[in-house]
Structures are given as C-alpha cells and as structure tokens.
Ligand binder design. Structure first.
Ligand code: SF4
Length: 118
C-alpha cells in the first residue's frame, strides 16, 4: 500500500511516497535527504507527537495554565493525555518549565508549564 506523507523534519516539507506492506516500510521516495526515510519509518511504525493543552489554575489572573509534554509521546495517547490534563488543577504561582504532572500516563514524558503565572 502506498501512503503519502509530508516530512516535517525541516522547512523543505518534502512529499514522501511510502510503500508499506504487512506493517513494514518497503521503500520511501521523494525526500531530499536521509532524514526523510527515518521520518517516514517513525511516522508509519510509531508516530509521536507533542501534546499541548491547558490545566486549571487557581489564585492566578487567568483560569487556565498552558502546558505541554516534555517530549513527544505515542500519538494514540494524545487524547488520553488531554483528558487527564483536563482533570488537573494547580495553585499559583507556577514557573515556566515547572513539572505539573510527572511521567504522564507512564509515557516517560512530564507535563510542564509553558508560561509562568503568579
Ligand atoms: S526529506 Fe530531508 S530535505 Fe526533505 S523535508 Fe525531510 S529533512 Fe527536509
């Protein structure tokens, strides 16, 4: 089966044609460098994404604190992480980079604040 994906490893955004059969990547065409092959294999076999969302915060000027995962997590867990985050409430003050939820859903990624709120 042929799949078309866009490599997002650099601003070039090469269009890649990936030949996949029985869960294996047989070939990758269209990329201008080796990174495209690695990207396509990861994207087909174990896609990862950063999760950005918000958690509730009390005692600050704003009701929500923006957060993200400290590293990419399996794509199939993104919705579960957003749901889990929606149930988290923290108290101000919070500093940018502060860990809000360590090892969220046992992914090895922490949920961290992406801004400071007093
Ligand atoms: S294949 Fe190489 S040149 Fe093309 S988008 Fe990916 S990293 Fe950039």
């Amino acid at each position: 089966m042929k799949k078309e994906i866009i490599c997002i490893s650099c601003p070039n955004g090469c269009s890649l044609e990936v030949d996949v059969e029985n869960g294996k990547v047989l070939s990758v065409k269209g990329g201008e460098c080796r990174k495209g092959i690695d990207y396509a294999k990861n994207e087909i076999l174990s896609p990862l994404r950063f999760v950005t969302t918000t958690v509730k915060i009390t005692g600050a000027d704003l009701p929500l604190l923006p957060v993200r995962t400290s590293k990419p997590v399996p794509r199939e867990l993104c919705a579960k992480i957003v749901k889990k985050a929606s149930k988290i409430a923290v108290k101000a003050p919070v500093k940018i980079g502060q860990v809000i939820a360590p090892d969220i859903l046992s992914t090895g990624a922490d949920l961290i604040a992406t801004r400071s709120l007093r």
